[in-house]
Design a protein around this ligand. Structure first.
Ligand SMILES: [Zn+2]
Length: 175
């Protein structure tokens, strides 16, 4: 038995992109994110958040700052009736060449093994081409690039779909 999952990048997908975000006061949910997640639940998807957090290795914030923000964010989801199954993050600097930082698929593989996720039935929603690349490497073919975060190059993207924001994902994810 495997479970199907919607993987979400955090910054630019769930909340408005802010460079090296760690303050709760700087965290602003993107419009429609709760409605979209409730819809995913309705279709029996689990939701997992996967993000690069190199601000930790760079010393802009520490693990504790990250955990505090995450705890607050999860409580906001919870208040809206949404259960986030898990959150995975890479704290490393790009130069460390770790196995977890996207575009490498390490965090997706870890999640897959931990929860027996059926990757063919799962989706990735990201705002960077590295999100799409990591998902593809982990065996996720259903990928969505959103225009609500970083500037994207739509003509050079391997994403299956491109939409304005997570709000429109309902039009693509039907089963
Ligand atoms: Zn890493």
């Amino acid at each position: 038995m495997t479970i199907k999952t919607i993987f979400l990048d955090r910054d630019g997908v769930i909340n408005k992109e802010v460079e090296y975000l760690f303050r709760i006061s700087d965290f602003e949910f993107i419009e429609g994110v709760f409605e979209a997640c409730l819809y995913f639940h309705h279709l029996d998807y689990k939701i997992i958040i996967i993000s690069n957090q190199s601000g930790i290795a760079r010393g802009y914030y520490n693990e504790n700052d990250y955990q505090k923000l995450t705890k607050w964010m999860l409580s906001q989801f919870n208040n809206n009736g949404i259960k986030i199954l898990d959150t995975f993050y890479c704290p490393h600097d790009p130069e460390e060449n770790c196995e977890c930082r996207k575009p490498k698929p390490g965090m997706f593989i870890e999640a897959k093994d931990k929860y027996s996720i059926g990757m063919k039935d799962s989706w990735m929603i990201g705002d960077k081409e590295t999100d799409i690349e990591a998902a593809n490497l982990a065996g996720i073919n259903n990928t969505i690039l959103v225009r609500s975060g970083h500037l994207i190059d739509e003509s050079n993207s391997n994403s299956k779909f491109t939409i304005d924001s997570i709000k429109q994902s309902k039009e693509l994810i039907k089963t």
